[in-house]
Design a binder for this molecule. Structure first.
Ligand code: DQA
Length: 150
């Protein structure tokens, strides 16, 4: 059996509350629903997915450091850390393979504090505003980036 190359999907603070949290903005699907969708798309591309969610910045940073040893790409929805965490920025800068920034909503169309992403400068691209569909689009983007670099 061939070992599938693995993507790390990183979910930041408050995303564990998806399904209950502000459904008018984030929809009624849970994080588990989104992860399942991403995993299914990964399988379609002969890739596998590992997922980590944490409300703690340091745990997310440790997960990114760990991924340096095995992940072929990172997809990250950093939640509100997107707008504040230079520490996550630096951790991602130390990760060479592709990075895709992901959001359910479109932060650029929301409050001004969401208009800045400190993740975007260290990402290959950003997928935002497509709700749960973004999870499969992000995996597809990774697959295309990996294909283009092989
Ligand atoms: C979010 C957008 C962020 O601004 C917000 O803080 C989140 C979720 C999104 O997926 O739309 O927690 O990352």
């Amino acid at each position: 059996m061939s070992e599938h190359r693995q993507i790390l999907l990183v979910s930041g603070p408050n995303l564990d509350l998806l399904g209950e949290r502000e459904p008018a903005i984030y929809g009624s699907e849970t994080l588990a629903d989104h992860v399942a969708r991403a995993a299914k798309e990964a399988e379609r591309h002969d890739l596998a997915l590992r997922h980590v969610q944490s409300n703690h910045e340091g745990e997310l940073i440790e997960a990114i450091h760990d991924a340096r040893g095995w992940a072929v790409a990172i997809i990250i929805n950093a939640g509100a850390f997107t707008h504040t965490s230079w520490a996550l920025h630096d951790a991602l800068a130390a990760f060479d393979p592709p990075v895709v920034e992901l959001h359910l909503s479109n932060p650029a169309a929301r409050e001004p504090f969401r208009h800045t992403s400190v993740i975007a400068p260290v990402a290959d691209g950003v997928i935002a505003g497509f709700g749960g569909l973004g999870y499969s689009l992000a995996v597809e983007a990774v697959a295309r980036l990996l294909e283009a670099s092989s």
